[in-house]
Design a protein around this ligand. Structure first.
Ligand SMILES: NC(=O)NCCC(=O)O
Ligand SMILES: [Zn+2]
Ligand SMILES: [Zn+2]
Length: 504
């Protein structure tokens, strides 16, 4: 394991830090405002946020003068210990979450994959994986097939297990992919449950055709992955999902928006008043696809994810969309595989496990690329990395804010310090990092999770099993007033017409 870990059984070395903390003199940043103030934390909760707080003894004092005190990041899109493409992602709920905390993220929402299509079995399996959790987490649920049992189980997930979002894969033909008929049923079911419908929007049939085209042309390397599934296939599926959600009149959340094509469909829908959320991910905002043409296979293969990282230009357009609110919150789609696992596709790009890292790097990359560059304000940074996620998934202001009564999940970022990304020093188990060598301004120096200092002076102090499952209630803000639109729609039908029987 990387240095600086405390695992269960060594609490004495970890010395779970005092539960009373005073953060002094920092600039406290929430999505709605920033202010120079102190923050007093006790028993895992924010007790007060105001200047010049006086405290007694046995309180850990952290001087945050000249630094930003912000809600810990919430990553809406991760895949820890996920069975995928013949292997299992290399980071589990211990290493993936340790990486998150070291990078300033204090909660993530992972995707439960049903077991043979069974949602309950999937939920149980993921609760098991999460036994080693070191920070708070929630679950989305993937829907990979449809029948009455799945429909019933969705009710169970929402009403019993605190899941309020379901993901439909429109790609990965032959494995996770579902077709429009199922998608339509799923959208209607999500609406009835007050659950967010999420889509991986690529046309899976066309992708399969595109892959065959590349193989027939003898293009078997990682570059074939990008060439086989161009932005037009992401744009088509995004538009289709948006229109079906419109037809059902239910909110839609498009995950990992990777292209201008998809982003513009979302922009058009939102301009027309449709409730669509667009989630870019760190890789699509920061990288371009030139790496896939790298002569070294290991280097090229680590950049294979779906939808693919696009040609230069899409990243800048996605940044602009994020800074202007066209896209609303940033995820990572952390789905890491090491170089041995990526080698599964060394003869055929279709076998390269899809996914990249990001759970540790997101907060630093977005700060440097968006705030340091002047594209985004510090309050908007908090909105897109934490608050919006908490609001969409209906756990605000418990999460995503530094307000009295909020959970004490807090980071202290020093804008004058810098970061450097390297596999040699990151906390993921992977031996590669798609941001290898990246440097930037802004450094998370302290991470507080559940009211405890878990990262300070470059050292993690985490305890497996201390993570909590956060239940996310249905009918979040995206559902407010949706029934009024339904009523207006039915009224507009001006039907059925009561016809007199024509005299035959
Ligand atoms: N995105 C990716 O390449 N892997 C993770 C699974 C998914 O989100 O499609
Ligand atoms: Zn996906
Ligand atoms: Zn994903």
């Amino acid at each position: 394991e990387p240095q600086g870990f405390c695992a269960v059984g060594y609490e004495s070395d970890c010395g779970l830090s005092s539960e009373k903390i005073l953060i002094k003199g920092g600039t406290v940043v929430n999505a709605h405002r920033k202010e120079v103030a102190d923050v007093y934390i006790e028993d895992g909760i924010v007790v007060s946020v105001r200047p010049n707080i006086k405290v007694g003894d046995h309180v850990k004092i952290i001087d945050a003068t000249g630094k930003y005190v912000m809600p810990g990041g919430i990553d809406p899109h991760t895949h820890l210990e996920m069975e995928f493409m013949g292997t299992v992602t290399i980071d589990d709920f211990f290493t993936g979450q340790a990486a998150a905390l070291a990078g300033g993220t204090t909660m993530h929402i992972d995707f439960v994959i049903p077991v043979n299509g069974n949602l309950s079995a999937g939920f149980e399996s993921y609760m098991n994986k999460a036994k080693k959790a070191v920070m708070d987490y929630g679950f989305h649920m993937a829907i990979t097939k449809w029948d009455e049992g799945v429909s019933k189980d969705m009710e169970l997930m929402v009403n019993e297990h605190g899941i309020n979002s379901f993901k439909f894969f429109m790609a990965y033909k032959g494995s996770l992919m579902i077709r429009d008929e199922l998608l339509l049923q799923g959208l209607q079911k999500c609406k009835s449950l007050g659950a967010i419908a999420m889509v991986h929007a690529e046309n899976g049939d066309a992708v399969a055709e595109g892959q065959k085209r590349m193989i027939d042309l003898g293009i078997t390397g990682p570059e074939g992955h990008a060439l086989s599934r161009p932005p037009v296939l992401e744009g088509e599926a995004t538009a289709r999902a948006i229109r079906l959600a419109n037809f059902v009149n239910t909110p839609l959340y498009v995950v990992h928006v990777m292209s201008i094509d998809a982003m513009e469909e979302i922009a058009k829908a939102r301009k027309a008043g449709q409730r669509v959320i667009g989630e870019p991910v760190a890789s699509g905002l920061i990288l371009d696809d030139s790496w896939l043409w790298h002569p070294d296979y290991t280097t090229a293969a680590k950049y294979v994810m779906s939808p693919p990282i696009r040609t230069s230009g899409h990243d800048k357009a996605l940044q602009a969309a994020l800074s202007t609110g066209v896209l609303q919150l940033v995820g990572t789609d952390h789905c890491a595989f090491n170089s041995t696992q990526k080698a599964l596709g060394s003869e055929d790009f279709r076998k390269i496990p899809n996914g990249v890292n990001g759970i540790e790097e997101r907060m630093h990359l977005i700060w440097d690329k968006m705030v340091e560059s002047g594209q985004m304000t510090v309050t908007d940074y908090v909105r897109v990395t934490s608050t919006e996620c908490a609001k969409v998934f209906n756990i605000y202001p418990r999460k995503g804010a530094i307000l009295e009564g909020s959970d004490a999940d807090i980071i202290i970022l020093n804008p004058n310090a810098s970061f450097k990304i390297a596999a040699a020093s990151h906390h993921s188990r992977s031996d590669t990092n798609v941001y290898e060598g990246t440097k930037g301004k802004g450094k998370v120096e302290v991470t507080i999770s559940q009211g405890r200092v878990v990262y300070e002076d470059g050292k993690l102090k985490v305890t497996p099993g201390s993570g909590r499952y956060i239940r996310m209630p249905p009918f979040g803000y995206l559902f407010d007033g949706i029934e009024k639109a339904d009523a207006a729609y039915f009224a507009s039908l001006n039907a059925p017409i009561q016809r007199t029987k024509s005299a035959a």
